[in-house]
Design a protein around this ligand. Structure first.
Ligand code: FE
Length: 202
């Protein structure tokens, strides 16, 4: 094996998506980046979700979800709302402009340039994550604002100010772990990313 510079993996670009799911009683949703079309005929999309996310269990139980493709106008508050709290504790659609697709799930009608409705056909257990291989049941373009990539989010949306605290900061969501050292098996309580996505605050 050669050297592995994990920063090289950041060069693989992703979009950012709000995935909506059917909750036990209420609608739920979360932010994901690991989504891609994997085949064209038949049309299939793969969605990978951390098992610690409540939505992982909801997708597994219901077998359906909507992928809302965020556009470059999406504000940081939307990422805080959908990405940094759990649907176990909070209803995330207060003040969010949304409508229902044919599968009965919500999709965002603002800050999203398209939505794709998915029906799960296959589940692959990846240990920390589950991968859902899905058929497409509906898909609509909503506007022509460019898709929010992770790079655009990092450079233009995520606040740059670092807190004057000691510890480690999550490069994904900005959560600060105050302490030394950061445990190797630490998982960000907000975005569920591992210790390798934290950097020391100097
Ligand atoms: Fe985080």
């Amino acid at each position: 094996m050669g050297n592995i510079d994990t920063n090289a993996l950041f060069k693989i670009e992703y979009g950012l998506y709000v995935v909506t799911v059917k909750g036990e009683e209420l609608d739920n949703g979360l932010i994901l980046n690991a989504i891609m079309q994997v085949t064209a005929e038949p049309l299939k999309v793969a969605v990978t979700v951390n098992k610690q996310n409540y939505s992982h269990d909801l997708i597994k139980a219901s077998g359906v979800m909507n992928v809302c493709c965020l556009n470059e106008k999406a504000p940081f508050s939307l990422f805080q709302n959908f990405g940094m709290k759990s649907g176990r504790d909070a209803y995330k659609f207060i003040g969010v402009n949304a409508a229902r697709s044919n599968n009965g799930l919500l999709y965002l009608t603002e800050y999203s340039n398209a939505f794709v409705s998915l029906s799960v056909e296959q589940y692959i257990d990846l240990g920390s994550h589950g991968m859902f291989i899905c058929a497409v049941t509906e898909a609509q373009i909503l506007d022509n604002v460019p898709t929010m990539t992770y790079g655009y989010y990092y450079n233009n949306v995520k606040p740059k100010k670092q807190p004057a605290k000691k510890g480690y900061i999550c490069k994904i969501c900005g959560y600060v772990y105050e302490g030394e050292p950061l445990p190797d098996d630490f998982i960000c309580p907000l975005c569920k990313h591992p210790a390798s996505d934290f950097e020391k605050i100097e």
